[in-house]
Design a protein around this ligand. Structure first.
Ligand SMILES: NC(=O)c1ccc[n+]([C@@H]2O[C@H](COP(=O)([O-])OP(=O)(O)OC[C@H]3O[C@@H](n4cnc5c(N)ncnc54)[C@H](OP(=O)(O)O)[C@@H]3O)[C@@H](O)[C@H]2O)c1
Length: 370
């Protein structure tokens, strides 16, 4: 497995690590008129207090559903004081879920097939629908066009439980398989998000770009403005998740902005527009980046071996009703959220170039192109 792919897998995983979230928790009750057939669901979320979970909780409550959580009570345990928490561990401690009843379950925290199998087996007789949050990293080969029918990665030894950059994707693929076999395809939704971004993101992979732009001056941008990128705004993922629960939409869905609809140049324009910065971009070539072993978040070499990673086909989810907000809104809200964070969180981004490395690279680039 090459370094770029490993980095993507690894950072995807790190994106879900337990680091304090900056997500707001206010809840406003939805005012949309509801169809007569509408009824509130009792939703169990396995997880719920990291990055994506709080957005799902908020959206479900906003629509009038009831939510309960299952987690260890370690990550942001004060986030939802009014929500019933079943304390337990996916690793052999599901006791607090026994005897419970819910309409549907959202599994955000499944990385190990055995854990997912255990929860799916326990909950299959109780819930009518199981939604598993997977990842685009399940696919085995990003050199070819990707849709939901593309082959997923595999592990030589399926008993492996250690989640690393290398095993993350194939383990998630196995988790999907276990849910399907325990619950059945007709009652299962599998969502495969690409880079999830927006307010509360702990990885800074997307945030790096507008945040760095906000700091102004000359900024290094990779490749060309026409290079494709893909993201999914966490709020669009949350909306689609709750839509799938309400409609019992079964199936496997890549969740990402439409292929070809978002480019590095637009990310730059979004970043400038929402920060009113004096940043001036310097686009450096992929050859230069390769020569200096520079990895940058979200961007991929369009001619490299992961060329299809950022042009994944998301049309199936779109046809099922997934809506992607304008990327400028994501940029605006990411920056607004970032500006509310404490200084110790914002002194450095968790992804992207350090100021020193960026200055060094820009000087080298200028020298080469003098
Ligand atoms: N970030 C990305 O760009 C990206 C991209 C694609 C897919 N994904 C997927 O998104 C999901 C993660 O999102 P998230 O972390 O933001 O979800 P989340 O639901 O907001 O947070 C994760 C939750 O899992 C709980 N948890 C962790 N380990 C547990 C355990 N052993 N037993 C019980 N509960 C446990 C944590 O609470 P405690 O620590 O208190 O237990 C926390 O509530 C993963 O499925 C990941 O593969 C992420």
């Amino acid at each position: 497995m090459n370094n770029t792919r490993r980095r993507f897998l690894k950072t995807s995983l790190l994106g879900s690590a337990a680091i304090a979230t900056g997500c707001t928790t206010e809840v406003s009750v939805g005012e949309e008129p509801k169809a007569e057939s509408w009824h509130p669901l009792k939703i169990l979320i396995l997880g719920g207090t990291g990055f994506i979970g709080p957005h799902m909780v908020k959206e479900a409550l906003r629509r009038g559903h009831e939510v309960e959580l299952f987690n260890r009570g370690r990550t942001d345990s004060q986030l939802f004081p009014d929500i019933k928490l079943h304390v337990g561990d996916r690793n052999n401690d599901l006791g607090s879920l026994e005897g419970g009843n819910w309409d549907v379950v959202v599994d955000n925290s499944g990385y190990v097939p055995r854990h997912v199998e255990d929860s799916a087996r326990l909950l299959a007789p109780v819930v009518s629908h199981y939604l598993y949050i997977s990842t685009i990293s399940v696919y085995g080969d990003f050199s070819r066009p990707i849709n939901e029918d593309t082959a997923v990665g595999t592990l030589e030894d399926e008993s492996v439980e250690e989640v690393t950059g290398e095993t993350y994707g194939p383990l998630k693929a196995l988790c999907e398989k276990r849910v399907l076999s325990e619950v059945g395809a007709d009652r299962t939704t599998i969502l495969r998000p690409t880079y999830i971004c927006g307010p509360g993101d702990r990885t800074d992979r997307y945030s790096y770009w507008p945040v760095r732009t906000m700091r102004g001056r000359e900024m290094l941008w990779p490749g060309t403005p026409g290079d494709d990128i893909q993201i999914i705004d966490v709020r669009d993922l949350a909306n689609f998740t709750i839509d799938c629960l309400e409609k019992k939409t079964a199936g496997v869905f890549n969740t990402c902005t439409p292929s070809g609809s978002f480019k590095m140049g637009e990310l730059l324009e979004d970043s400038l527009a929402v920060t009113a910065s004096d940043m001036s971009p310097t686009w450096v070539s992929t050859e230069f980046l390769k020569e200096h072993e520079v990895m940058l978040p979200i961007w991929e070499d369009p001619h490299g071996e992961n060329s299809q990673l950022l042009t994944v086909d998301g049309s199936r989810a779109a046809a099922a009703g997934m809506h992607c907000r304008p990327t400028r809104e994501t940029a605006r809200d990411t920056v607004s959220w970032w500006n509310t964070l404490p200084a110790e969180r914002t002194t450095a981004t968790r992804a992207g170039l350090t100021p020193e490395r960026e200055a060094e690279l820009l000087a080298l680039w200028a020298e080469q192109n003098a």
